[in-house]
Design a protein around this ligand. Structure first.
Ligand code: V4E
Length: 246
């Protein structure tokens, strides 16, 4: 299992020029993402993001630290407001375990109500009515866990590796009309987080990435456009960052 430390940025002509000077484009490819959640958005409301990328399951969940036997979220720091840190799980058995852990406490009484916009989108995606939504046929285990696909889009990605050890930069163009750059460092669990944050900070400086506001990722923009009420809820619960105009 690894931790992905990442800073998103808006790539302008100058940062692209610098990127091409200090980095090498090692890959250009297209992939499809399908994101899953319960109809009540129980996963994303807990900052847990389940997707199939080109058919392979991936789960991203927040990193946590253990203090005195109690699991706590990391303290928010200045770096944390610009960089995200998520644990990435790609082994399906581990994904199942994590999902069971996250969903186990969600009894009927804790479930968020199914929102009208969620109903509408599931109807659009699957041609199903509200009563049938819980049995949308996906992968067997996903539908057994009441998980349905709520977002689907394709991304064209260019990946650059940089002279700075272990730093990758991705330039993404999503098919719903949004482009974003990401400076990314992968570390093993328990690896040197500060070193990763420093590398990202140095790379951002080299690329002339300005501003102290977090930049929206593709998923944030997708939710903003397609699930505005859920997006507002994620903002109000500080699961997604609020971006003031720069
Ligand atoms: C929304 C979200 C997650 C889902 C994945 O989002 P994103 O990083 O935009 O996807 P992508 O395609 O770049 O994934 P990669 O190829 O790098 O693995 S994971 C975490 N979030 C929440 C989140 C957040 N809290 N803050 C910001 C700036 N972005 C996303």
């Amino acid at each position: 299992m690894s931790i992905e430390v990442e800073r998103k940025f808006v790539c302008n002509a100058n940062s692209l020029k610098t990127l091409e000077e200090i980095g090498v484009c090692v890959r250009q490819h297209q992939f499809q993402d399908r994101y899953f959640d319960t109809p009540q958005f129980d996963l994303t409301l807990r900052d847990v993001w389940l997707r199939q990328r080109e058919g392979c399951w991936e789960l991203k969940c927040p990193t946590a630290i253990v203090k005195g036997g109690q699991e706590l979220q990391d303290e928010p720091s200045e770096a944390a407001t610009l960089c995200t840190r998520y644990k990435e799980i790609t082994n399906v058995a581990d994904i199942h375990l994590k999902l069971k852990e996250v969903l186990k406490d969600i009894g009927e009484e804790n479930k968020s109500p199914i929102t009208a916009e969620c109903c509408q989108t599931l109807t659009d995606h699957h041609g199903l009515g509200k009563a049938e939504m819980n049995c949308v046929p996906e992968d067997g285990w996903a539908s057994a866990m009441n998980l349905v696909c709520f977002a689907e889009f394709t991304t064209m990605r260019r990946t650059f590796t940089l002279e700075e050890d272990g730093v990758n930069v991705d330039l993404d163009d999503a098919d719903f009309g949004y482009s974003v750059g990401e400076i990314e460092v992968l570390i093993p669990e328990g690896g040197d987080m500060q070193a990763a944050l420093d590398k990202i900070h140095r790379t951002a400086k080299k690329l002339g990435v300005a501003g102290d506001q977090a930049v929206d990722g593709k998923m944030s923009v997708y939710l903003q456009r397609n699930f505005p009420a859920h997006y507002a809820r994620l903002l109000s619960q500080h699961i997604l960052p609020t971006n003031l105009p720069q």
